[in-house]
Write a protein that binds this ligand. Structure first.
Ligand code: ADP
Length: 509
């Protein structure tokens, strides 16, 4: 049953006790000061205030609230509190206070005046709330924000610097460059592109690549490779396009493209580079034409000379003129060398134009080995050619072309091993293939040249000036072996000799 008040004062007393209990139940620290007494002492504090400050009840009552500020007296909020008290106003602020043990805490303080009927401030009620955690979190957030801002500033600067750097590279490059988006729309072009195609950037930027330059780039194969770059990060190189462009005429271009990876809100882009091959191809073509014409022109007089040398040799034989015969033999060897060089050059132009013909017949591969080894033995008295193994199988091939390959490998082996005495030819029958390995212990070939030596006119640095040659033999041999469905390759180290291997399929009877 609830307690019934007996008189007015009884009921006031009950109210006060109820309020006091309620105050003790709150989590906020509450104090009441008496403004009518000197130095505005605390006359009431609730439990939460004791807990908050660590002071006992008897250490609080009768004191001015300033003990909460410890020695920290320079805070700007103090002035606000002083003015609030002087003016009898209301304030709400956050101030750094100190617990009894000296621990600082952030106090969210609300001060409200209590006035009598005449309007005089009799009391102040102070409500305190420890907001240290929130302040710490805010402070941490602020520090992180500032840190982030500094990082953003420096990153933006870095990006700006690298963009300027990239920009200057893109502009200096003597190649046309375009940046495309995922729809193959042109986002930017460099100065070289505009100059080369005699276009202005504004005519191109924002358009689909396929629409510009008279639809020169609207080629299905190009579309396919371009549109595959971003989805699969699949770059392409060496895509050739020949087109009659407006203002600049017919041009042969080679295109390379790759993905540019961008972070954040930016989508990945495509960098498309175009190189003009027109002039280079023309020069190459002229060189090819010259080699073909020159070798043809040399071939005719050489055949005449050869014929006459034969007549002179017969005459010298009849006259038993040994001196003449010796001179004629030397001349004949030189003519044969010249003839072989011209034939090599003619072969190159035949390969280039796809005119090399192969006369396929069936024969035992050992015949090629014997013929070529014998032919080369006749030309050397410094090296011995040692044949091991077996390759007695029928092949369907061009006899003379295979002989040409063998002779080429053997003469190279002799030429590039001047201080050696022996050249090895090892023959092997593998599953469906004959394998030939020509071994020498000569100058060898460095690893990075193992592929290049099969290119036309390529000669390694270590032989360039010390050995004669045109750099054609291996190119032609490689084509011949490839035409016969075999492979030609080298195993070698510089200074350690070389092994040239080739395979050729045999006919299973
Ligand atoms: P050439 O011998 O006329 O230069 P090749 O096409 O026959 O032309 O050979 C190309 C290059 O390969 C040579 O210039 C040389 O650098 C290298 N080469 C070929 N055979 C050998 C070998 N047996 N030993 C070392 N290097 C070789």
């Amino acid at each position: 049953m609830s307690e019934k008040p007996k008189s007015i004062s009884d009921s006031q007393d009950l109210d006060l006790r109820l309020f006091a209990t309620a105050m003790d139940a709150t989590v906020n620290g509450i104090v009441i000061t008496d403004n009518r007494q000197p130095d505005n002492p605390i006359i009431y504090c609730n439990k939460a205030f004791e807990t908050l400050t660590g002071y006992r009840h008897d250490e609080i009552i009768g004191h001015n609230c300033r003990f909460l500020q410890g020695k920290d007296r320079d805070q700007i909020q103090r002035k606000v509190i002083r003015r609030t008290i002087e003016e009898g106003e209301h304030c709400n602020l956050e101030i750094r206070n100190y617990k009894k043990d000296g621990t600082p805490f952030w106090n969210q303080l609300v001060i409200s005046p209590v006035k009598d009927q005449e309007g005089n401030v009799t009391h102040f009620i102070g409500v305190q709330n420890d907001v240290t955690r929130r302040r710490d979190a805010e402070q941490q957030l602020q520090t992180e924000k500032e840190l982030l801002e500094t990082r953003v500033v420096s990153r933006t600067k870095e990006l700006q610097d690298s963009e300027d750097y990239l920009g200057s590279i893109v502009e200096t490059i003597r190649e046309s460059l375009l940046v495309l988006d995922d729809q193959i729309k042109v986002l930017s072009v460099n100065e070289h592109f505009c100059k080369f195609f005699k276009l202005e950037a504004k005519d191109v930027v924002g358009k689909l690549l396929y629409e510009i330059s008279d639809s020169a780039w609207d080629v299905p194969e190009l579309r396919a490779v371009l549109e595959d770059i971003l989805p699969h990060n699949n770059p392409f190189e060496g895509f050739e396009i020949e087109h009659h462009f407006p203002k600049i005429g017919k041009r042969l271009l080679v295109l390379n493209a790759r993905q540019i990876k961008l972070k954040g809100k930016y989508k990945d882009r495509i960098l498309l580079a175009m190189e003009d091959l027109t002039d280079r191809r023309e020069v190459e073509q002229r060189k090819e034409d010259f080699i073909t014409v020159a070798s043809h022109e040399m071939k005719t007089p050489l055949t005449t000379i050869k014929g006459h040398i034969q007549i002179l040799t017969k005459r010298a034989e009849k006259n038993n003129s040994d001196a003449d015969l010796r001179s004629l033999a030397v001349t004949n060897r030189s003519i044969d060398r010249l003839d072989a060089l011209i034939n090599d050059l003619l072969d190159v132009s035949k390969i280039q134009s796809g005119r090399m013909k192969f006369n396929l017949t069936e024969f035992n591969f050992m015949e090629v080995v014997h013929n070529s080894v014998e032919a080369v033995r006749e030309t050397t008295d410094t090296h011995e050619i040692v044949v091991t193994g077996d390759a007695s199988r029928t092949v369907k091939a061009d006899f003379f072309r295979l002989e040409q390959v063998m002779i080429n490998l053997l003469t190279n082996a002799i030429k590039y091993s001047p201080s050696a005495k022996e050249i090895g030819v090892h023959l092997n029958i593998l599953a469906g293939f004959i394998k030939v390995a020509v071994t020498d212990s000569g100058v060898g070939i460095k690893r990075e040249d193992h592929k290049k030596i099969f290119e036309r006119f390529y000669r390694s640095d270590n032989v360039q000036f010390s050995f004669q040659g045109l750099g054609i033999g291996l190119y032609v041999s490689n084509q011949i072996i490839a035409e016969h469905n075999g492979t030609l390759w080298v195993e070698s180290e510089e200074g350690q000799g070389s092994v040239f291997n080739f395979t050729i399929p045999y006919v299973t009877l």
